[in-house]
Every structure is written in C-alpha cells, then in structure tokens.
Design a protein around this ligand. Sequence first.
Ligand SMILES: [Zn+2]
Ligand SMILES: [Zn+2]
Length: 90
Amino acid sequence: MQSKNKPGMSKAEREHVTRIKEMPCGVCSSPGPSEAHELRQGEWFTSIPLCADCHRGPFNGIHGQGRIWSVYKLDEQAVLNETIRQLVAA
Ligand SMILES: [Zn+2]
Ligand SMILES: [Zn+2]
C-alpha cells in the first residue's frame, strides 16, 4: 500500500505525488511530509495528502473507522477540493 514507485506511474504522476506528499495533512493540518491517499486506485492526480493517523490509523484513518474525518466534517472529495485549491494557488 505504501510503495513509492508503483509500476506504471508516469513521470508526471510521480512528480505530482511528490508535491502531494510535501503538503500538510488535508484533514488535521499536521505538517508534512504526508502520505498520498488515492481516492481511486491508480488515479494519482486525485490523490490527497494525509498524515499516518488520518490515513491508516485504525480509529481515525480513512482506511479505518475514519473518526477524525467525522470530527472535521470532511470527506475525500472535500479534501481533494482543498488540495487542488492549494496547488493552484502555489
Ligand atoms: Zn492528519
Ligand atoms: Zn490510502
């Protein structure tokens, strides 16, 4: 799940994911480096930056119970929107 260079990633995808991982967590704003979470497998341009807890934490993570996502009233689409807003503004 955490492989940095999945086979088949293009140069542009790798560069994009590098930028995503430099961003703070899109849920709790914990400073980067973050992990890149794909909204859909292999679609890297819609990946979002998440800290380890908001990503994989069994209680808080999107791959777990997603509790902190509920606290912040966020879902993947909302975090993606904010991520793109920051990338465009950069
Ligand atoms: Zn977080
Ligand atoms: Zn993920």
